[in-house]
Design a binder for this molecule. Structure first.
Ligand code: COA
Length: 154
């Protein structure tokens, strides 16, 4: 896997990535925005790096069915927040899924106070799709559907 965005590259994980991810996961601000998930079903996790090769976060696809897939993202290096890296990575992976698979709907859950993430997802075309009570939190659900035209990968 090697997906190129305008600011990031999404690539397969390499051994050194795990330790960095654990360090990010222990950060209180990150845990407040994005609490550690329980066991993920059918999960595939990737690393996000800058075009210069700096590892700055991760993204995941999981819970996939024939038509739907769940998306998750974490820019763990906080120096890269609010600079468009999350939006670029989200756009790149969403586009990749729609072009290369039969996936028709990508969805995610986000805590309602995570306004940075919600803004990022809205910029990528995600819209509100209800609520999900899980692990003691009330998550907002967001989704994006494959446009009927404009994708030639089928
Ligand atoms: C959420 C996350 C992926 C977004 O990536 P990012 O690179 O920081 O976001 P972007 O710069 O692409 O977009 C964020 C937008 O939110 C805006 N924003 C930031 N803080 C905000 C706030 N408190 N309220 C409203 N908008 C806010 C930014 O200005 C930006 O919009 P703009 O481009 O119109 O100026 C990243 O911050 C992250 O991983 N955070 C920690 C973990 C997390 O929250 N993961 C998501 C779990 S659902």
């Amino acid at each position: 896997m090697n997906i190129l965005g305008e600011k990031v590259r999404i690539r397969d994980r390499i051994p050194g990535d795990s330790l960095q991810e654990i360090i990010w996961e222990m950060d209180a601000e990150i845990r407040h925005a994005d609490p550690p998930a329980g066991k993920l079903l059918n999960s595939q996790r990737f690393s996000i790096e800058t075009l210069e090769g700096e590892h700055i976060g991760s993204c995941s696809l999981y819970n996939w069915t024939d038509t739907d897939i769940q998306f998750g993202i974490r820019i763990g290096n906080k120096h890269y927040w609010n600079k468009g890296y999350g939006t670029d990575a989200t756009n790149a992976l969403v586009n990749y899924c729609f072009v290369t698979s039969g996936i028709e709907r990508i969805w995610l859950k986000v805590l309602p106070w995570n306004t940075r993430a919600i803004k990022c997802y809205e910029k990528c075309g995600f819209t509100r799709a209800g609520w999900l009570a899980l692990d003691g939190y009330d998550f907002a659900l967001m989704e994006i559907r494959k446009p009927e035209i404009g994708y030639s990968g089928e």
